[in-house]
Ligand binder design. Structure first.
Ligand SMILES: Cc1ncc(C[n+]2csc(CCOP(=O)(O)OP(=O)(O)O)c2C)c(N)n1
Ligand SMILES: [Mg+2]
Length: 545
């Protein structure tokens, strides 16, 4: 057996069942070996899409995924998606063929590329060590939550592995949950017991810990919020504030600002989630719980940092808590406010729509009603991005996939494909700007080919709205960021989609008809949106750079 085949089989034996990619000569055999072993392969049309599909799949399924690329340009095409995954600490294997001869056309320093974007580089160096090195890469991805580039040099791929080499391939032991220090747990329990208006802000690290956090919050009368990446975690809980940060509703902002104790659970408490600290009251005590000690206080000072797994720490704090259950922040008045005024849907606004263009808020409210609630929403970057995040509700934390750590446009469609494949029973909804949609349009082909029953919503302002709203008010020329109309519905039909151009609320009838069935083809909604005003969450983005 050649190394290429052994590596593919070893990856499958190590627990990787899903591979995305664009296949060229250099990764042909290794990818086929994964498929022969039992893995599912999805061909993307661009490596950038493949990388992001794998990232979103890994995030949503909780399993390590592989993106397989050709040497050189296959890898450079994938770099934006790899940077996003690495910044998000997605356990992902980037399986890349590699040329080691600098005069080859395909040569680039692949190891340096990985380092440049925060990924770890590993190389298969010999036939003897190929299987162990492959399993080591998976171990690193799972245990350290890293995005790992596994370089497969062409000469090594062609060599023969020793007899029985695959016998040692096995899935890595899972990451061990970090037990918190007892003294730190005591301090946390004391702060909770003293607090009168506690708020929990849960991040990606809190996924899977819903019930324990809810129990602890109930004991101390805490309200529950999430960062954007964990949106949906407390869906349905009457004390949930939904998302904290730029997309938070006015009532959520008011209540978070009124907290006397904020506990971040597996959450960076970064400038987005805390609006540059604006959401933290002057006298509020801030606590952060994270199983990675380097995360504690990394974005803002905290009064107490607890190194520990979220679930374990919450459980220990519950055990240490004692005492009686308290009302805390859960007064009848707060409850009544949450029931009637929390949702963006409940916030009055003046509809700015015309016969030619729909108000994006009106669009969001209508789509939220029309589209089935069992959905998974992927969001691209741009001025529009708050609208789907604020108006489209999601059933749980797996219903929202937010690949925004690198703030790249063009990742939203591939994000939704990856998240959809991990949850085939849900309606996938991709929310894109016209800029991001046209940048990534090739993957409409992948949606159609896979038969995904996806709804793609394009918030089409015929511009890079983010830039228009940033520079327009100062009178700068905007010709570089405005475009003549593109018939994106026609583009989608070319890829085999059903498509509708939406200018008014009434045009959404076509969406309701599609939902009613049989959903034989995916649907693209080219929503010509009003673009008079910049979204205020964007101001935050420009402040933060
Ligand atoms: C890959 C990449 N290129 C450029 C940018 C800068 N940028 C940020 S938002 C944006 C405009 C996006 O336009 P569109 O998708 O139509 O969304 P809109 O802002 O109009 O709502 C651009 C070009 C970026 N973030 N990422
Ligand atoms: Mg736009």
């Amino acid at each position: 057996m050649k190394v290429a085949e052994a590596v593919g089989r070893a990856l499958y034996a190590a627990g990787v069942g899903q591979v995305f990619g664009v296949v060229g000569s250099g990764n042909f055999h290794v990818t086929n070996a994964m498929i022969a072993a039992g893995a599912r392969f999805v061909a993307a049309r661009h490596e950038g899409g493949a990388a992001t599909m794998a990232d979103a799949y890994a995030r949503t399924s909780g399993e390590v995924a592989v993106v397989s690329v050709h040497q050189g340009p296959g890898l450079t095409n994938a770099m934006t998606g790899i940077a996003e995954a690495a910044k998000s600490r997605t356990p992902l294997i980037v399986l890349a063929a590699e040329v080691t001869e600098p005069r080859s056309n395909f040569y680039v320093d692949q190891e340096a590329l990985a380092h440049a974007v925060g990924a770890v580089a590993v190389r298969v160096t010999s036939a003897e060590e190929a299987v162990e090195q492959t399993c080591g890469a998976v171990r690193l991805a799972v245990r350290e939550r890293r995005t790992v580039l596994l370089n497969l040099p062409l000469p090594v791929q062609a060599s023969e592995v020793p007899e029985g080499a695959l016998a040692q391939a096995a899935p890595p032991a899972p990451r061990v949950a970090v037990e918190p220090d007892a003294a730190e747990v005591r301090s946390l329990a004391e702060l909770l017991a003293q607090s009168r208006r506690p708020v929990f802000v849960a991040g990606r690290g809190a996924r899977g810990a819903r019930e324990t956090l809810e129990a602890l919050a109930e004991h101390h009368g805490a309200l529950l919020a999430t960062s954007a990446v964990a949106r949906g975690l407390f869906h349905g809980n009457p004390w949930s504030l939904d998302v904290s940060g730029g997309f938070a509703s006015p009532l959520a902002v008011e209540l978070i600002q009124g907290a006397d104790l904020i506990v971040g659970w597996g959450c960076a408490l970064n400038m987005w989630t805390m609006r540059h600290g604006h959401l933290i009251g002057a006298d509020a005590t801030v606590v952060q719980v994270d199983d990675d000690p380097s995360a504690l206080g990394a974005h803002r000072p905290v009064h107490l940092g607890v190194t520990g797994d979220v679930q374990l720490t919450a459980r220990r704090a519950l055990e240490a808590g004692g005492g009686v259950r308290r009302e805390g922040y859960r007064s009848p008045e707060t409850g009544a406010g949450l029931a009637s005024r929390l949702r963006w849907h409940d916030v009055p606004y003046e509809d700015t729509g015309t016969r030619e263009r729909i108000d994006p808020r009106t669009l969001g409210i209508a789509l939220d009603e029309i589209l089935p609630a069992e959905r998974v929403v992927g969001v691209d970057s741009g001025n529009f991005m708050g609208y789907p995040t604020m108006y489209l509700s999601v059933p749980d934390e797996k219903g929202f996939c937010f690949t925004q750590a690198f703030q790249s446009i063009g990742l939203g469609l591939a994000t939704t494909i990856g998240a959809a494949l991990a949850q085939p029973d849900r309606l996938p909804v991709a929310a894109l700007g016209d800029g991001g949609a046209l940048m990534s349009a090739v993957e409409l082909d992948t949606v159609r080919r896979l038969g995904l029953p996806m709804v793609v919503v394009v918030y089409d302002d015929e511009a890079y709205g983010a830039e228009v709203h940033h520079f327009g008010p100062d009178g700068h020329p905007l010709d570089t960021v405005r475009f003549p109309p593109t018939d994106i519905a026609a583009v989608a039909r070319g890829y085999g989609f059903e498509a509708v151009t939406v200018r008014t609320r009434a045009d959404l009838k076509a969406v309701a008809d599609w939902v009613a069935g049989p959903r034989g083809a995916p649907l693209l909604i080219d929503a010509k949106v009003v673009a008079d005003q910049g979204a205020w969450w964007l101001e935050e983005a420009f402040r933060g750079h």
